[in-house]
Design a binder for this molecule. Structure first.
Ligand SMILES: Cc1ncc(COP(=O)(O)O)c(C=O)c1O
Length: 441
């Protein structure tokens, strides 16, 4: 339940924002919960309640809230100035760290959001190949760039045939020309992906691929699928862009390395900014040289008033330095423990749920079988209601579980915290058995 302070604040907000908020991703039921502060793994709302935060501003805050090294770095930087038109040493330090960690990366460009990183990676692929179109995965979210927004949602009414998925419009008025420049591929469909990439290769600059797309189900990629995409793309000189904006948190070298994918370009964001706005495009120099503006007009001009702003650079470097391999290993163990505990409750009760995810990420699906792709993960109205009830139940028990149950862990979390999450899940199954039965038929 939402407290009275959040309720009255929302009334005030509705006078200046058309829907009471300023980003579509804000969770509301129907009122959002306003937060006042966070410490470590916990946040407090303006009604004085504390919650374990399984959202972490959509997976950004891998160290939780008020991480001391980030605070120190940002305060120090502020004493020297917030931003400049000239470069600073801070950007080199973060770039050096990332170039060392991400396989096959020679150089980096910083921008201010993940959406911008995706936009510039797609443009870089166009500038490098001289081709205009991209292929992307059905249901995958890559932020707000018209081409990347195609088929980010949809259902049985719009997604078209399995052999040739439609390019689904994201908003009314999205240009028809954009839809025609995006080829939609189904996740974990090696034959279909290879066929569609090959058929369209003459016009494709890149395949945009998040190796474990969260909104499409947070489903593990099969080796066959990644191989089919990589081999077909390479055969036709189509670039592979790994969008690791969210999934870079899966390990010291990122998510592509985890699954053996060797992309041509990476996009990064979220954790690499330590909680401040950031995005990055990274790759080998042969491709990154499209950005080369030294004494000439570059093949692809890329600027941005806040690109590589020193506050994001120092915050990101402080957060990333604190993430050595042993920290990732601990997070992964915590994630395994939570996924296994929830699975044990599911097995013991025969409840119609499955868990996907890896490392510090997990997602609970109201399904009996583990989804293999977006089409399997889309929920029916009854399943959607159960998931809504699940988020409500978690909030009542003091846990912020994002709607759709895509959750992430952070380094200040303890085993006791994740045991509590598993217990809350068990109590949900017990308390809502009648509603849950409806979806198990
Ligand atoms: C995979 C992926 N790409 C791109 C983005 C866009 O990043 P931003 O919200 O920083 O623009 C997101 C955001 O959630 C994402 O998950």
């Amino acid at each position: 339940m939402i407290g009275t302070n959040s309720l009255s604040t929302f009334e005030r907000a509705k006078r200046v924002f058309v829907d009471g908020t300023t980003r579509v991703t804000v969770e509301r039921d129907p009122t959002p919960r306003y937060l006042s502060n966070g410490t470590g793994a916990y946040v407090h709302d303006i009604d004085g309640r504390a919650f374990l935060d399984l959202n972490g501003n959509y997976t950004t805050l891998i160290h939780g809230h008020r991480f001391a090294p980030v605070i120190d770095a940002v305060v120090n930087q502020m004493q020297s100035g917030a931003c400049f038109a000239n470069p600073t040493v801070a950007e080199i330090e973060l770039a050096e760290l990332l170039c060392k960690r991400v396989p096959g990366v020679d150089s980096i460009r910083f921008v201010s959001t993940g959406s911008e990183a995706v936009m510039f990676a797609v443009k870089a692929a166009r500038a490098f190949t001289g081709r205009p179109c991209i292929a992307k995965i059905e249901g995958a979210y890559h932020g707000a760039y018209d081409w990347a927004e195609v088929s980010q949602a949809g259902g049985p009414d719009s997604w078209g045939s399995a052999e040739r998925p439609n390019s689904v419009r994201s908003y009314k008025g999205q240009p028809e020309s954009v839809l025609s420049e995006v080829v939609t591929l189904r996740f974990n469909d090696p034959e279909g992906a290879a066929r569609l990439i090959a058929e369209n290769a003459h016009r494709l600059a890149a395949v945009l691929l998040d190796p474990m797309p969260s909104r499409a189900g947070l489903i593990s990629p099969t080796a066959d699928f990644l191989e089919a995409v990589s081999k077909t793309a390479a055969k036709h000189q189509v670039l592979v862009i790994a969008d690791e904006v969210l999934n870079f948190r899966q390990g010291y070298h990122g998510v592509s390395a985890r699954f053996g994918l060797q992309p041509d370009l990476y996009t990064l964001g979220k954790i690499i900014g330590g909680g401040l706005p950031i995005g990055a495009i990274a790759g080998r120099n042969e491709i990154m040289s499209v950005f080369d503006a030294a004494g000439k007009r570059p093949a692809l001009p890329q600027g941005g008033t806040f690109s590589a702003n020193p506050l994001s650079m120092v915050a990101g470097a402080a957060a990333m330095r604190a993430l050595d391999p042993s920290v990732f290993e601990r997070l992964e163990q915590l994630g395994d423990h939570l996924r296994n505990s929830i699975r044990a409750h599911i097995a013991a009760t025969s409840a119609p749920f499955v868990v996907t995810g890896a490392a510090s990420l997990l997602r609970i699906h109201p399904k009996r079988r583990t989804p293999q792709e977006f089409r399997d993960a889309v929920t029916t109205p009854d399943e959607t209601n159960v998931m809504r009830e699940m988020s409500r139940h978690f909030a009542e028990q003091g846990v912020l579980l994002p709607f759709g149950a895509a959750a992430c862990l952070s380094t200040p979390m303890t085993k006791a915290d994740v045991d509590m999450v598993a217990d809350v899940f068990a109590s949900f199954i017990e308390k809502h058995s009648t509603q849950i039965e409806k979806i198990s038929s």
